[in-house]
Ligand binder design. Structure first.
Ligand code: GLC
Length: 433
């Protein structure tokens, strides 16, 4: 197992993390989702709050199908950074109370390099991903092993107002032009809302926009970032200008997914960047835009290829599990077609199984399926697949957020992000010299 790199961000947050993990260990059994008093084996899963709630609805079926196994879902925090800290804290404590962890795709390189996971193919067999959409497969297998089964095939999408325009924009230029026209004529207050807070969601936006201008965050061949290249600078400048020109409100610097969604749902803007679940939340929310929201792939600069950030979550088996066979079966069930059908219908999550995209009954109940499939087919974008990702993302978030708030500008922010990423990679790996 390669040694775990030193992680300053984790050190800074270690106390919080350990305290939270201890709290989890001490959770009274009654507060958990225990369900079968006669169960012989308990399989415990840590998952973020929204997925916990959605999965819990289906739990009685699991217990009917798996007598003798008690699947216990432990509700973690909502946001990926917070739950990653909690997950790592519990693993660093040694004897983790969990058998299964729900994993954001961006955590996979670190968790596999750290040796915290067990490969799944000995339990589930080879070829588990073969019946999934090709775009939903990346981020699950490394070094010839399957480390995670995906629960969703979510990618970043563009939400647009069908009452304000006949068709969605395809390019960054069109989005700006439509926004300006609508704002000038007073039909809408803001053009485009996205995630600008200093957190992981901003890294997802940056990955998408850098790609949209023909650049890339990470070069796998050199093992370095490419943030000071002209295309990355153009991308950063586009976001900076959106804010400077008032197409995006300055308050975007504090927006995570939910804040952006709520403003859009309140009818404040023409466009929103978010994940697929946003559509259901807006449609169920009863606000002024209900029935007027279309969904399209994210915009790209003229002549560039489409691509949204891959934002999938999935389940991994922890190496310390005392019941790996039962846990792997639980993962099969948690990620199976029946679960994903329910998630598509009730939550609006994008499925991974090809058969679900071709199911006519499901297409009627989940109208986003076609665009979700199109976005997956466009080759969704993976965040830099390195165990150093959390630190690289931290650098990106700080610099991009400083630019959005006007403390920095596009060129300084991206040059600093490149220099700091280089320094980090050099400190951890000895290259580049
Ligand atoms: C969503 C995505 C996840 C991403 C996060 C950022 O949860 O599924 O991949 O890291 O948003 O906020």
């Amino acid at each position: 197992m390669p040694p775990l790199p030193p992680v300053p961000r984790f050190l800074r947050r270690l106390l919080t993390v350990l305290a939270a993990a201890l709290l989890l260990l001490l959770l009274p059994a009654a507060a958990r989702e225990a369900s079968s008093a006669s169960a012989e084996i308990t399989v415990r899963v840590l998952l973020p709050a929204p997925f916990h709630d959605a999965t819990t609805r289906e739990l009685p079926q699991f217990h009917r199908d798996h007598p003798g196994v008690n699947l216990e879902l432990v509700r973690g925090p909502l946001d990926t950074d917070a739950i990653q800290d909690l997950a790592i804290g519990s693993l660093l404590l040694g004897d983790t109370p969990f058998d299964i962890m729900m994993m954001d795709v961006s955590w996979m390189p670190l968790f596999t390099a750290a040796g915290w996971l067990s490969p799944l193919e000995p339990y589930l067999g080879a070829g588990m991903l073969a019946a999934m959409e090709p775009g939903a497969r990346p981020g699950n297998s490394f070094d010839g092993h399957l480390w995670r089964m995906p629960y969703s095939g979510d990618t970043g999408l563009l939400f647009w107002r069908t009452d304000l325009m006949p068709l969605p924009p395809r390019t960054t230029d069109e989005l700006v032009r439509i926004s300006r026209d609508l704002q000038r004529s007073g039909r809408v207050r803001w053009g485009y809302l996205w995630q600008g807070r200093q957190y992981e969601g901003l890294s997802c936006v940056m990955l998408e926009v850098i790609h949209a201008f023909g650049g890339r965050w990470w070069n796998p061949a050199s093992g370095r970032t490419e943030l000071d290249r002209p295309s990355a600078l153009q991308a950063a400048r586009w976001l900076e200008d959106l804010v400077k020109e008032g197409i995006t409100p300055p308050s975007v610097a504090g927006f995570a997914e939910n804040e952006a969604l709520q403003q859009f749902a309140a009818g404040e803007a023409a466009f929103l960047r978010n994940w697929p679940y946003a559509w259901k939340v807006i449609e169920n929310g009863g606000g002024p835009v209900v029935g007027h929201v279309g969904v399209a792939p994210v915009v790209v600069a003229p002549g560039q290829e489409a691509g949204g950030t891959l934002g999938t979550w999935g389940f991994s088996l922890l190496r310390g599990s005392a019941h790996p066979r039962e846990a792997a079966e639980a993962i099969r069930w948690l990620t199976g077609p029946e679960m994903q059908r329910s998630l598509a219908l009730n939550e609006g999550y994008a499925p991974t199984w090809t058969a679900l995209y071709e199911d006519e009954a499901l297409q009627k109940g989940a109208p986003l399926l076609a665009v979700q499939r199109q976005a997956l087919a466009a080759g969704p974008l993976l965040r830099p697949p390195t165990p150093l990702y959390a630190q690289l993302s931290d650098v990106m978030q700080r610099q991009a957020n400083a630019m959005i708030t006007g403390q920095s500008d596009a060129v300084s922010a991206m040059s600093a992000a490149q220099a700091r990423s280089d320094a980090l990679i050099r400190a951890m790996t000895g290259t580049p010299r």
